[in-house]
Design a protein around this ligand. Structure first.
Ligand SMILES: Cc1ncc(COP(=O)(O)O)c(C=O)c1O
Length: 438
């Protein structure tokens, strides 16, 4: 029988109806700030690429809870490690040494490009980016930061000020001064801004939320050269691309990025398989500019998070997930050729953007009706896939066949009132979406 979490829950929840879907939804809506548009799923349990809802239905999760569930939901090795650590010591801060922290730092540095030799642990992606920018300012003695159109870096003050995607910066007003916007992929626009007051150039090497946008390999090389020439710290925000998502441990050092390695990589999301943890990986030069007390956070490097980091990296390695990402990406791309409405497949590994000729939101909603979770993006025509790194061929088949069926029944789903009905669950997509003649 479910236990009430608080006196309030106790008063409002009848135990025998606690599994009642509507009651859970209405409780959450009543007591949690409505900052997210939620899917009508009460997630109860997860296994691999599947999420089981409390009404008994199961969903193929091609979104991984915002790219977090890289090792799959509840990977046994990760769960076991967290449980074991929880039985020994839940937490102690950086004022003491810890075996869990020592191993996590060693493992993370071991898989990183060779020039990144030290880790700083924090709790989230935005915090990793805040600390990365602070380290760049401390190292250079300069203040400005160049970031890019379409980039997303988080929602705390400095990170949101570096976020030029959509209206996020507006939400963060008043912004931190000294943030400059260059055009993603256009080195001349960076060159024009990169003066002697610029501390850092920060980018998502593949811009995920902007619709999975990549630049030419030569762009990354030019950024590296420009940074070296002008004494600027190059930061890759690998909160999404890191920890195996592209089929390699990091975008940094990959062929797609002309083997360029930045001065700092920031990580979060997949790093703890769902336990909140962020990290900055830095060079010796950056590390040498950071003294005691320059950075800090109570929970950074906590034992549970550290056990989760080590187990996550081990699980990816032991299960051959990097190879799996590369081979399944090839298979998925091949199969998607069967669907003519998919006009392009952007991205790399399991950070993929399926570009449609028309708006993708109705397709997202209709797939959800088929019990398949995907993601949208700020490009209305792009559907994002960020599945666990253990996705298999059979599961790709489930997705492609559902998509093919959907496209056959309704080849040109259009956005309008019908979609609103689908999205709110008030109508079945296939019966209600308008079909346009071709
Ligand atoms: C590329 C990128 N950077 C930073 C962040 C912020 O991470 P967090 O939500 O953990 O603060 C996100 C989150 O979506 C992200 O996608």
């Amino acid at each position: 029988m479910p236990q009430p979490n608080s006196v309030r829950d106790f008063k409002t929840m009848k135990p025998e109806t606690a599994v009642n879907l509507e009651e859970i939804i209405s409780l959450e809506e009543r007591y949690q700030l409505a900052t997210y548009k939620k899917m009508p799923i009460v997630a109860e349990r997860g296994e691999g690429v599947w999420i089981y809802a409390s009404n008994g239905e199961r969903y193929l999760d091609l979104y991984g809870g915002h790219a977090v569930a890289a090792t799959g939901h509840c990977h046994p090795h990760v769960v076991r490690s967290i449980k074991e650590q929880a039985g020994r010591l839940l937490f102690y801060s950086n004022l003491v040494y810890s075996e869990a922290r020592a191993h996590a730092a060693e493992k993370l540095v071991a898989i990183a490009p060779a020039s990144l030799t030290k880790a700083f642990f924090c709790n989230s992606g935005t915090e990793a980016n805040e600390n990365a920018m602070r380290m760049a300012r401390m190292t250079t003695g300069r203040e400005k930061v160049v970031s890019f159109s379409g980039g997303f870096h988080g929602r705390t003050a400095d990170a949101i000020s570096a976020t030029f995607l959509g209206k996020y910066r507006e939400l963060g007003k008043p912004n931190v001064p000294g943030h400059l916007q260059a055009e993603f992929g256009d080195i001349d626009s960076v060159r024009a801004l990169a003066d002697e007051f610029v501390a850092a150039i920060m980018l998502e090497p593949i811009q995920s939320m902007a619709g999975v946008r990549r630049a030419e390999p030569s762009f990354y090389r030019a950024l590296r050269e420009l940074s070296d020439e002008r004494g600027i710290v190059l930061i890759y925000d690998e909160v999404q691309t890191g920890v195996g998502r592209t089929g390699e441990w990091f975008f940094a050092g990959s062929e797609a990025g002309d083997r360029v390695v930045p001065d700092i990589i920031t990580l979060a999301k997949a790093l703890g398989s769902g336990i909140p943890v962020g990290a900055c990986l830095v060079t010796e030069t950056i590390a040498a500019s950071i003294k005691e007390n320059d950075l800090g956070t109570t929970f950074g490097g906590g034992m549970i998070a550290m056990a989760a980091v080590t187990a996550t990296l081990e699980a990816i390695e032991d299960d051959g997930m990097l190879e799996n990402v590369r081979s399944i990406e090839t298979y998925l791309r091949e199969r998607l050729k069967e669907i003519e409405q998919v006009v392009a497949v952007r991205g790399r590994g399991f950070l993929l953007g399926l570009e449609f000729a028309e708006v993708a939101k109705p397709i997202h909603a209709a797939l959800l009706d088929h019990k398949i979770i995907t993601g949208t993006s700020s490009d209305p025509n792009v559907l994002r896939l960020l599945p666990p790194l253990c996705l298999k061929r059979e599961e790709v088949d489930v997705f492609v066949e559902a998509l093919a069926q959907l496209m056959k029944i309704s080849p040109r789903l259009s956005l309008g009132e019908d979609y609103q009905q689908i999205a709110t669950g008030r109508a079945k997509p296939f019966r209600t979406v308008r079909r346009r003649s071709r």
